[in-house]
Design a protein around this ligand. Structure first.
Ligand code: TYM
Length: 333
């Protein structure tokens, strides 16, 4: 709790092109929750360097991501939108939490195993302790709730475990956070292979819809989306391609999957794919326009970056000082 309000923390990596999965699984929920909570939304650039980055590209993407947060509807006066690397408390708390995290726990992380297999030439220690930095992000602000897609659940569980372990030793230091995962849209799958999540790093460009895709590209990708030869319009696991498209349409339009099935029952998949493309475009179009406008508002965006980093730093320091004292670091005089 800060000033009587519950706290929300979440973040996104500025790596690769953001996908519709990032938007529907996370960013959209961030906006809908932002009135209810005191919110910290970070561009987690420190997490990004666990995989080799071109510095100029990372810097540019980080800024565009922060702009996208605003373009998506997060008011920077009310929500704290900032770069993780601008608040040193993330790294400081991460070190302390490293000393309360077991190798065995980190070894079980599926995302680590997955990334290690993709980047075999660079399995660095940062990639391994990535979830500890994520725990530090969340616990630094005493977050009550963390809206994420389903793929981050394991990281949320380890965060809770680390926090509980620490509290058991030192008393109630950390708030134990809850994950917030949307009912529909928490796991948007690849349009080309519905057994894989839609991902920024998909080698097949037709698998993902990127937030900066224009209307023609979105339509083309939706038309080419893999479905099945059943010909029945049902929302079920046995038809994963169709189910994924129903999820996408459902989150974009606010209709339930059942309502979507009723609407399209008896019509061909082709018709439905067109409708999905239109629904997606109607979400992306205003987002892209607003992002393009803000990219030109240099002074305004700079001032947000500065003010919000200071605000985040203030709250981060409060927790950090408390933790440092608990573990026995000498008090500053
Ligand atoms: P990242 O950058 O991979 O993804 C950002 C958010 O998008 C969600 N997401 C999806 N949701 C539905 N369907 C998909 N196909 C899909 N792909 C991605 C993710 O679940 C996430 O919510 N480690 C995190 C970033 C992070 C973080 C944190 C998140 C760092 N610290 C603290 C929450 C709290 C990550 O790499 O997300």
């Amino acid at each position: 709790m800060i000033d009587g309000k519950k706290v929300l923390f979440s973040g996104m990596q500025a790596t690769g092109n953001l996908t519709l999965g990032n938007y529907l699984g996370a960013l959209k929920n961030w906006v809908s929750l932002s009135d209810e909570y005191l919110c910290f939304y970070s561009v987690v650039d420190m997490h990004s360097i666990t995989v080799r980055q071109d510095p100029a590209v990372l810097r540019k993407r980080a800024r565009s991501l922060l702009i996208l947060y605003i373009a998506a509807g997060l008011d920077p006066e009310k929500n704290c939108l900032y770069y993780q690397s601008h608040v040193s408390g993330h790294a400081e708390l991460s070190w302390i939490l490293n000393c309360f995290t077991y190798m065995g726990e980190l070894n079980r992380m599926t995302q680590f195993k997955d990334k290690a297999s993709k980047h075999g030439d660079n399995i660095n220690a940062g990639l391994f302790t990535y979830p500890v930095l994520m725990a530090a992000d969340i616990l630094l602000y005493q977050a009550d709730v963390v809206p994420v897609g389903a793929d981050q659940m394991q990281h949320l569980e380890i965060t809770r475990d680390i926090a509980e372990r620490f509290n058991n030793i030192y008393g109630d230091v950390f708030t134990i956070p809850e994950a917030y995962v949307g009912k529909v849209g928490a796991r948007i799958m690849s349009l080309q292979d519905p057994s894989k999540k839609m991902s920024k790093s998909d080698e097949n460009p037709n698998g993902g819809i990127y937030l900066m895709d224009d209307a023609d590209t979105v339509m083309r990708k939706c038309k080419r989306a893999v479905t099945d030869s059943e010909g029945t319009f049902l929302y079920r696991e046995e038809q994963p391609g169709l189910k994924n498209l129903i999820d996408i349409y459902s989150v974009c339009t606010g209709k339930t999957p059942d309502e979507v099935v009723q609407e399209f029952d008896g019509r061909g998949y082709g018709d439905f794919k067109m409708a999905v493309g239109e629904a997606v475009t109607s979400i992306l179009n205003p987002l892209q326009k607003e992002a393009a406008r803000l990219e030109k508002e240099k002074d305004y965006v700079d001032s947000i970056i500065k003010e919000n980093a200071e605000k985040a730093g203030y709250y981060a320091r409060k927790t950090l000082r408390k933790v440092q004292k608990k573990v026995g670091f000498p008090v500053r005089v």
